[in-house]
Design a protein around this ligand. Structure first.
Ligand SMILES: Cc1ncc(COP(=O)(O)O)c(C=O)c1O
Length: 379
């Protein structure tokens, strides 16, 4: 069976973990944490980074930093992972779901303005598959209505919008290092802060509402409870693992892009002519976006055709998967808001999108085999 994902180990993970253990400092905010944070700050120009135990945690920190109060509205795409919305719901926000674009799972920036009300506080664009949302339009709306922008960059490490690193455009951003992402630490994430106003408070929220980080830097002579917060910081063991991945970032990106391009060139021209007699669309990369090869996906023409394709691939030893279910029709959200919403494009991606296996150790012949299974083989 070709798995959907296989976490890639660069080879140095256990060595760095051992180094962390032997150093005698295995709780958070030690040397490996600081090395990782500095790397991202320097490479992508974030004003400040804080490693977190997940992207979900980083998003929860953004909801606290944006000072979400009960009744505040937050605009979130419906085609996204639960955490994008849940982080704000936990602070009492009302989620206003936005639709995807016609040919792309990303939020449709052209149709956002009518969703803004006097209660709107934040817009959360999600860079699906590591491909940028139209950030100029979103930032212009935010400036016009005095809103904050939190980029959900869970999938978007090392990807760019008009030359700017993703996660560096909104006021705040959240990344994931979950084992399915390009660089990983099992579970893991990061808050990136671009608006300096948030830096001081973020560090406190990160450290259980205390000013312990300042104390450890010798800036205050005792630390105590000064704000809300939680234990958002990961242990040094996680950071040591992540450092081994960071050292191989370029190599990992190159390999993933090579496999992505191989998928694309093997499937191009077969959109209407698969062995199963069904059609699909290839991913569409907006001209303002780069592709970090986080994901290779196809969009089938119907739910039935997608089910047929997934079953066909599984029958041939290939594990492909679908992705998000529309959040606006989820069981949990409907308990809060049962008004019938129609977000047609989102529902299309929920019904029709297929993710093909993509991981560092996938071979060229695996990709060829998967493409042949889609384009030529009959059941
Ligand atoms: C868009 C998006 N946001 C947030 C998350 C949550 O990430 P994590 O698992 O690191 O909490 C995910 C998970 O895949 C995601 O796809």
């Amino acid at each position: 069976m070709i798995p959907f994902n296989k976490p890639y180990l660069t080879g140095k993970e256990t060595q760095y973990i051992e180094q962390a253990v032997r150093s005698g400092k295995i709780s958070g905010n030690g040397q490996f944490t600081q090395k990782c944070q500095q790397f991202f700050e320097q490479k992508y120009g974030f004003k400040k980074c804080l490693l977190t135990t997940s992207c979900t945690d980083a998003l929860e920190m953004t909801a606290i930093l944006c000072d979400i109060q009960p009744g505040d509205e937050v605009i979130v795409p419906s085609y996204t992972f639960v955490s994008t919305a849940l982080a704000f719901v936990r602070q009492g926000a009302k989620i206003v779901f936005a639709d995807s674009q016609v040919g792309h799972p990303n939020i449709d920036a052209e149709r956002l303005e009518p969703l803004i009300t006097p209660k709107t506080k934040v817009i959360v664009p999600v860079h699906y598959a590591g491909m940028a949302c139209d950030m100029d339009k979103i930032m212009a709306l935010a400036a016009k209505y005095n809103l904050l922008v939190v980029e959900d960059a869970a999938q978007a490490i090392d990807s760019y919008y008009k030359g700017k690193p993703l996660g560096n455009i909104g006021h705040l951003a959240a990344f994931s290092f979950h084992e399915t992402k390009n660089i990983i630490s099992g579970e893991g994430g990061m808050l990136a802060i671009n608006d300096e106003r948030f830096i001081h408070r973020a560090e406190i929220i990160w450290e259980k509402g205390t000013n312990r980080a300042e104390f450890f830097r010798g800036e205050v002579n005792k630390y105590g409870w000064v704000d809300t917060g939680s234990s958002f910081l990961p242990s040094e063991i996680i950071a040591a693992f992540l450092w081994a991945q960071i050292e191989h970032l370029d190599d990992i990106q190159e390999r993933r892009k090579k496999l992505w391009n191989l998928y694309h060139s093997n499937l191009l021209g077969f959109e209407n002519l698969t062995g199963l007699g069904l059609g699909f669309e290839l991913p569409n990369i907006p001209d303002y976006a780069t592709n970090n090869a986080h994901m290779f996906y196809l969009v089938c023409h119907s739910l039935e055709e997608r089910s047929k394709l997934l079953a066909h691939l599984k029958g041939n030893g290939i594990l492909a998967v679908f992705h998000y279910l529309s959040l606006h029709s989820s069981e949990f959200y409907k308990k809060m808001d049962n008004s019938a919403r129609i977000l047609k494009n989102c529902d299309t991606f929920a019904d029709c999108l297929v993710r093909l296996p993509l991981f560092y150790e996938l071979t060229e012949s695996d990709v060829k085999h998967i493409c042949d299974t889609i384009t030529t083989l009959k059941k």
